[in-house]
Design a protein around this ligand. Sequence first.
Ligand code: LCV
Length: 263
Amino acid sequence: MSSTQTGTVISEVQNNIGIITLSNPGKRNALSQSLLMAMIDALEEFQLQRVPVVIIRAAAGVKIWSAGHDIAELQAHEDPLGYFDGLEQGLRAIQRFHGPVIAMVQGGVWGGACDLVLTCDILIGDESSTFAITPVKLGLPYNVSGVQHFINRVGINIAKEMFFTADPVPSQRAKEIGILNHLVPALELEKFTMTMALHIASHSSMSVSVIKEQFRLLSNANPISPETFEMIQGLRKKVYRSHDYAEGIKAFMEKRPPAFTGE
Ligand code: LCV
């Protein structure tokens, strides 16, 4: 078993299964540019080593799996989730990895990390896992592909409730609405997840890989007209240029509730 620690991520291979452990507890595994680039590097290395399945996890027993996008890296008045943002690059790296990526979750998953685990191919959590998507708490506009991820995964009505309330969805409800593939007792979580990974790895990796790519292409097959896309981008620009977005970031950094004005 080889293990590499790159700053905020530990990557290792166990029985030919790749394991990426988010490892920045001081910042609650916030998805900083450096953490995301380390995750992408680990996936690229696993691809080169022809590792068939990858598990993304946090350290055992954490209360927060990931606090989401690193808010300190958000810039008011700029598009927070543009195509080349680290989070978006990370989500695409997960989608394009040649085999299944399994998110193994204990603790709270916040904001962009919720998008990340929903972008993984399979999601397995224990009773402590919760899932919250939080742009409205920051006055932030989510992006087209992100909203689509949620609609694809939980359906439009549940996705609306998650975005509008920004409330953490507890594990039992997450299982009921299809966020979790499996809800497993904490003590069994690692064994259950590794057993599934090894089971998938025992099948034809070429067949699995091509079927994964079919899912990616079909789930993205929602053509919208250029005018519709430009309208969405115009609406998003109003939000990320707003007072509320600047206030959302400032309030978090000052550790106080935001004073939104709706402008
Ligand atoms: C940077 C952090 C963060 C953080 N960034 O510990 O979804 S969208 O559209 O909004 C998207 C853009 C997105 O993902 O935005 C981020 C959404 N995330 C959140 O709203 C969660 C923000 N964090 C929290 O609510 C709390 O930190 C939780 C509940 C995650 C953990 O609370 P806990 O009391 O355990 P602290 O709040 O004391 O945080 C510990 C350290 O981590 C930093 C936080 O600033 C603090 O740093 P210092 O010790 O230097 O003060 N931290 C936490 N989350 N997303 N930094």
